[in-house]
Structures are given as C-alpha cells and as structure tokens.
Ligand binder design. Structure first.
Ligand code: C5P
Length: 233
C-alpha cells in the first residue's frame, strides 16, 4: 500500500465544500486531516464518507483531559477507524500513557501522536502560564515525554524537525504543518518551509491546507507537490 506524505487539512465549516474538494483528489496521493471545526459541524458521518472514498484520516482533535477521559476519547477515535489521532503532551505522562494503552489492542490501531507546544505560543505566553524555559526547550521536553509514554510521534514545525529527529530516533513520526511550496502564498503562516526542505529536515508527513484547497486545480497542485518531493504518480 502507498504511504502518501501529504496530509491535506480540510479546514471547512461544513461537509459540502470538503466533499467537493475531496472528490477531486485521490487516496493514493494524500491523506486528509479533519480538525475541530469540521468534526464539530459534521461528526463521524463525514469521516465515514471520506473513508468510504478510500481516504485515511488524521483526526486532529488534540484531546487534553484527565487520563481516563482522554483514553476513552482515543478509543472512540480508534473505533471510528481513523489512521491517526492526537492529544496534547501538556496533559502529562499519566494521560499520555493512558491514551497509548487505550488503543493498544484496537482492531485498527491508529497512530497516536502528540501536540507539543502550539506554535501560537511564544516566550511571553509561556511566561504568562508560569513556564520559564524557551519554546524550543519545551518542545523537546514534551516530545521526549510523548515518546517515553508510548506515543508514536508529534506534530511539530519543520524548523524543529531536525532536532526532534536527532533526539527521538528514526522511527518517531514527525508531522509538520506550515508547509509552502516554492512561490506559493504564505497566507497567515510566517515561518514556513518547502515540502522537500521539511522532508530533508526529518519530517515524516506534511500537513498542507490552502496551497492545495484554494488552488484553481487542487489535484494538479497535489500532483505538483508530490512531483516536487519525488513521489512517482
Ligand atoms: O492552509 P495551511 O497549509 O496553512 O493549513 C495548515 C493546517 O495545519 C491548518 O489546519 C492549521 O490549523 C494546522 N496547523 C498549523 N500550525 C500548527 C499546528 C497546526 O498550521 N502549529
């Protein structure tokens, strides 16, 4: 089975425009990320429609709660049949271990990854909540905690990928947003990296939204990026 590197962010308020886009794509070329906005609006029904079309789903709900609640939410996600699900590493070791154990025996065990620090959090924001280390130190600490708690990887910026790859090993899954093909609009992203540069830094998968979803020809944009990263299609 193919292992597409591109995860397309379906950042839509409802199912209809998401399905219009998805019907232009092919599961051999990408996976799909469904986040809080779209999942809250559509629920599992949309996931079923996407999976019926052959797509694998990253359910990006960033669970963060007491260990039992987070574990049960991860189990529910596993029962939906998603390919990947995530939690906040800030939930701590007990929560991470409970989440990992909860899906260990699932019939279709999803990849479980953690959000380390939201990239919206700068040094000042950390100080506000009583954290007095740099964002980079915090990211490394939380990624290490996630790995040691049995998780398979983290979401991180491509700028952090090389450091995390070095510390967390070759098997650790690094999922990187903030990707922009050469010459693409930055939209509201600031620190971006091209798809190939992110893979060179050690990224395992690339989360890409608007460069594909807003393209005049989304399939062509996807094909172009796959070609840019050397995927034969
Ligand atoms: O359209 P764009 O490629 O900027 O979309 C990136 C996707 O990755 C969005 O769904 C965004 O919420 C998500 N994301 C991000 N930066 C993070 C974490 C997630 O852009 N640090």
């Amino acid at each position: 089975m193919s292992d597409p590197k591109i995860i397309i962010a379906l950042d839509y308020p409802e199912a209809a425009p998401a399905l219009v886009l998805v019907d232009k794509l092919q599961p051999s070329l990408c996976r799909l990320k469904v986040g809080k906005e779209l999942f809250t609006a559509t629920g599992p029904a949309l996931l079923e429609q996407l999976m019926a079309r052959g797509f694998e789903i990253f359910l990006d709900l960033k669970f963060h709660d007491i260990p039992n609640t987070t574990a049960q939410a991860c189990k529910a996600a596993a029962n939906l049949g998603v390919w990947m699900v995530n939690v906040h590493a800030l939930g701590g070791r007990k929560m991470l271990e409970a989440a990992s154990e909860a899906i260990a025996n699932s019939a279709q065990r999803p990849k479980l990854i953690a959000v380390t620090l939201l990239t919206s959090m700068a040094q000042d924001d950390l100080a506000d909540i009583g954290i007095n280390v740099t964002p980079a130190e915090m990211v490394l600490r939380l990624a290490t905690l996630a790995r040691d708690s049995g998780l398979g990887g983290v979401v991180c910026s491509a700028q952090e990928a090389a450091l995390l790859r070095k510390h967390c090993g070759t098997e650790f899954c690094l999922v990187t947003p903030g990707i922009r093909p050469a010459r693409a609009s930055l939209d509201d992203q600031s620190r971006v990296m091209t798809p190939q540069a992110a893979l060179n830094e050690g990224a395992s998968y690339l989360v890409i939204g608007r460069p594909i979803t807003q393209a005049t020809d989304p399939l062509q944009a996807l094909l172009d990026i796959n070609r840019e990263i050397g995927v034969q299609v």
